[in-house]
Design a protein around this ligand. Structure first.
Ligand SMILES: Cc1ncc(COP(=O)(O)O)c(C=O)c1O
Length: 418
């Protein structure tokens, strides 16, 4: 047991029932939070409480439990707005996940603003969610999709490449805040300032940042910011598109149906106020409520403390990994923890990443191996076109990393690397 940790993870762990299970007969260690986070009992109970005591459709009922459900749903938007320092709920559109948020922008703002020959700028470290919607848009419109290159150490964005690409005056710059493979934290405030100077609107993919650090969309000044509830202790099926009010106001709705209208006649309709214009049909009410409780949970610990805790774990893990020969760690190293979150992708020479993940699994430690939905990046990093990845969250402690290191020793023993 390590007594020097910033968060009392033993107490936090108690809130996560799943962390008490056994896997392959061993106490379960979950190191795959970059894929999805586990859920505290506060979130699980809030969803159960909604279904058990006030399940009703929102925004329409005049009876008590419908008003209660409506209040809870709107309240969750207020919490999310506060969490990322948006102006108010008019800037918070609920969607299914970060992927849907980015597609919504591509299909509405993109359709309206991108024309043949226009440039759209993304980077070489994007998740498929922030690549494919722009490929589709570029194909529809005859636009050009450009990429900011990675620096020579393959760990950060090459700012000279950003500058060069901005000379094409792209209409949109869409960049990830944190890489889900490298853990790299991009300076999105600076990127946004540079993009704006060159006349571009900016979308930030916050899927890997919102769960792990203080995000301030007003300070970043981006037009759009996308993230998923399920990666930040909330349920699956709820995500957020933040949009500046002026940007959202200027966009046509994506879906038509109930709730997104003010009035409908036989041939036409007028749109509801923000954010409802973008939320057609019955909302994911349990998802919204669960996400609000997840935000409360994160706030009760404090994003600064969460960031510091994960940084400490990352430093510990990187130092432990450096004790082995033949392990290649991707992304910023121990000297650059300022620009790295708790995502560690690695390769062990001579062992396929899937074999590594399988051996970890046999040891009761869940990690992920593959292209991590970032094929252009991962193909450029590893000849196997796959890497193993462990990722940390508030419920992980150094003892979990010790278990991972134990699993690496098992890999080395099985593959006779010692
Ligand atoms: C950087 C990044 N962007 C976008 C996504 C997509 O998130 P979701 O699958 O919840 O839409 C992920 C998911 O792993 C991600 O890591």
């Amino acid at each position: 047991m390590h007594g020097d940790e910033l968060l009392d993870f033993d107490i936090i762990k108690e809130d996560f029932p799943i962390l008490g299970i056994k896997s392959h007969g061993k106490p379960f260690v979950y190191l795959d939070s970059a894929a999805t986070s586990q859920k505290p009992k506060q979130v699980i109970n809030a969803i159960s409480d909604y279904y058990s005591t006030y399940n009703a459709n929102i925004n329409r009922g005049v009876y008590e439990i419908s008003e209660r459900a409506t209040d809870a749903y709107i309240n969750s938007k207020m919490k999310v707005a506060g969490f990322i320092n948006a102006k108010g709920i008019e800037e918070i559109v609920y969607v299914r996940n970060a992927t849907e948020a980015i597609n919504l922008v591509a299909l509405t703002w993109g359709d309206q603003n991108i024309k043949s020959g226009d440039h759209i700028l993304i980077s070489e470290m994007e998740h498929h969610s922030n690549i494919v919607p722009w490929q589709l848009l570029a194909k529809r419109k005859g636009a050009v999709l450009d990429y900011v290159k990675l620096s020579n150490d393959r760990a950060t964005l090459d700012m000279a490449s950003l500058k060069e690409n901005l000379e094409n005056r792209p209409k949109l710059v869409s960049i990830t805040h944190v890489s889900n493979v490298l853990g790299t934290i991009n300076d999105v405030k600076r990127i946004t300032r540079m993009a704006h100077k060159n006349g571009a609107a900016v979308l930030i993919d916050g899927a890997q940042s919102a769960p792990h650090m203080k995000v301030d969309v007003s300070d970043i000044d981006c037009e759009f910011f996308a993230f998923s509830g399920h990666k930040m202790l909330g349920p699956t099926g709820i995500g957020v598109l933040y949009g500046k009010e002026a940007a959202l106001d200027s966009m046509p709705p994506l879906f038509g149906g109930g709730d997104m209208i003010k009035a409908v006649d036989k041939q036409s309709a007028t749109w509801n106020d923000l954010p409802w214009k973008f939320e057609a049909g019955t909302s994911n009410i349990e998802g919204g409520i669960g996400l609000g409780v997840a935000v409360d949970y994160l706030n009760s610990i404090g994003m600064d403390r969460i960031e510091a805790h994960e940084s400490e774990l990352t430093e510990y893990a990187l130092r432990e990994l450096s004790d082995f020969d033949g392990i290649n760690v991707f992304g910023p190293g121990v000297k650059d923890l300022r620009v790295k979150t708790g995502v560690i992708s690695f390769a062990i020479k001579g062992v396929h990443p899937h074999d590594i993940a399988t051996i970890f699994d046999n040891e009761g430690v869940a990690i992920r191996a593959g292209h991590h939905c970032a094929m252009p990046l991962v193909v450029s990093l590893a000849p196997e076109k796959a890497v193993s990845r462990m990722s940390f969250y508030i419920y992980n402690g150094k003892t979990d990393i010790d278990r991972a290191i134990g699993a690496i020793k098992t890999v080395r023993r099985i593959f006779k690397l010692d």
